[in-house]
Design a protein around this ligand. Sequence first.
Ligand code: F6P
Length: 347
Amino acid sequence: MKIGVLTSGGDCPGLNAVLRGIVRKSNEYNYPIIGILNGWKGIFEEDYMVLGNKEVSGILNRGGTIIGTSRFSPFEQKDGAKILMQKINKADFDAVICIGGEGSMHVAQFAYETGVNCIGIPKTIDNDIYGTDYTFGFDTAVNIATDAIDRLHTTAESHHRVMLLEVMGRNAGWIAVYAGIAGGADVIMIPETNLKIDEIVDVIKTRYTRGKLFSIVVVAEGAKIHEDDLKLIDPENKRQVKKDDFGRERLGGICHYLAEEIESRSGFDTRTTILGYVQRGGMPTAFDRILGTRFGVYAVDMVKEKKFGRMCAIVSNEIVDITLKKAISKLKVVDPEIYKVAQVFFK
Ligand code: F6P
């Protein structure tokens, strides 16, 4: 079995652990592993590298991906499906392992329907892929965001300020909720809830009456502004929407608007920190290295057993596999029970 492996979509810590797991497990079956460079684009450009023990040595703790990534969909290209199959046949891949997020799992399913023996491995710091309890990268991002909250606490307290921390989370606020609970946030705003700015201001004012002269508000970048607040935004100030290569809105910056509103409505000095790509870069945590390794090892057995059109997942700490179709059927949004735990501290 000749296996092509690619990393697609935004990078995240733990990708290299997966690649190492795939290569080392494939030794048992003598399967050659070919790294497809820069996501699905690498197949179109026939950009490959052999991945052997030497290539994956020393990468377990390295962030990013040694084979590069992109948000490229073959199916957005002219004659994409036909070219994809031609190139796969030319490269003689018996199977393709796609390590990616939700958008990339859609592409993997299309590829499978087109005739590619495709297997998915779920990755994203957003932790929003359905059917798996966790995606690798999420734990690292939560730890980085928690560290940021800890640091913001001391300066917020010294200056009696409201500190807004914007974290990633396009459609689901997992990072915001987990880091917010771990870091002791006073309010957490996520895409799944629809908080009004006045509700946030109320929490800040209530804290003030208790002698707490500072507040920490954690905001997921994909949080929605409540329609009552939206009405107040001057159309001149409405953000121009830019798109990424998967056609999704480029996010980031919601906190600039929120900070202005919170400051003017509460009268408290308010500052913003946008954590951005720091959350995605650098060393994976031990949890993400272990999860990535387990996924990589398991995926090679999926190839051996010809479990194509499926994605590996972790459920109750066991590695299992589900159909790609099921994985892309919906998004895994924040569990309301976990958000309720966070809400206990919104006062
Ligand atoms: O999909 C993961 C993610 O981290 C999102 O939370 C974020 O919106 C997006 O990537 C930004 O990535 P890029 O700027 O690389 O498109």
